[in-house]
Ligand binder design. Sequence first.
Ligand SMILES: CCCCC/C=C\C/C=C\C/C=C\C/C=C\CCCC(=O)SCCNC(=O)CCNC(=O)[C@H](O)C(C)(C)COP(=O)(O)OP(=O)(O)OC[C@H]1O[C@@H](n2cnc3c(N)ncnc32)[C@H](O)[C@@H]1OP(=O)(O)O
Length: 220
Amino acid sequence: MSIDGTSESAPVTGERTEDAHEGGFRTDMMISVDRGGPRYGEFIEKVREFMDRARAAFPSEELVDELIDELTVVNAKLAAVEINEWESPSGTRIDLPARGNITLPPYLVDKAGDDGVQARVTFTRFHLGGNNAAHGGFICTAFDDLLGMTSALATGKVTRTAYLTVNYRSITPLNTELTVSTSIVRLEGRKIFVAATMKDGERLCAEADGLFIALNPGQP
Ligand SMILES: CCCCC/C=C\C/C=C\C/C=C\C/C=C\CCCC(=O)SCCNC(=O)CCNC(=O)[C@H](O)C(C)(C)COP(=O)(O)OP(=O)(O)OC[C@H]1O[C@@H](n2cnc3c(N)ncnc32)[C@H](O)[C@@H]1OP(=O)(O)O
């Protein structure tokens, strides 16, 4: 670690050598259920537990020294097997919560069709905003991904968010299974207008409306 707090390690880029995908346009979503093997999901759960525990811990100086050494070893092991975004298990394992992507709050999809998606999301200590409530950015992240999935399933195309409006209606608790329901409001050419709610039982925590645009071939 340098004096300004930046890491001396090279950034993780995961650049691919041959370019099978032109920009954001991929006809093949490259989804998988076996990359990383049968225990990859367990590995992701351990990483999520680590994220929660790191957020919640008040370690001694000695423990910080120890953890740095242990994490240096773990990071070196992961650096040795780095791969591009298209072929990594993370984000493509559709059998795992949030496709095995630790960037996303963990959600389970109960129903996914061309008219909308039903999912259950649970925010944990890692997603803390304050006073035991979820951070609004993570609520947005959950909506963005599930609405992106909704748009993709409705059109069979790769889409990008043009706008996403989130209204926070009541406190969104941690460690509570919340339901997210998304729907297609209307389709207008490449424009996909979508909406979603996030509820704790019957209580509305947050709602969203968004516009996604189906990308043209070659569009990044
Ligand atoms: C268990 C089962 C599971 C099954 C799962 C299976 C498969 C998985 C499926 C899917 C994957 C799942 C999830 C999806 C993953 C991630 C979701 C997150 C997505 C993102 O997080 S993505 C990052 C944030 N996003 C950006 O980084 C976009 C930056 N931006 C741009 O790249 C351009 O801006 C773009 C492309 C948006 C538009 O550009 P463009 O050149 O293509 O089109 P153009 O500008 O012509 O707009 C066309 C028409 O939209 C109107 N329009 C445009 N923008 C508007 C706005 N803001 N407000 C109102 N109207 C708007 C225009 O007014 C025009 O309207 P009109 O045609 O009527 O004139």
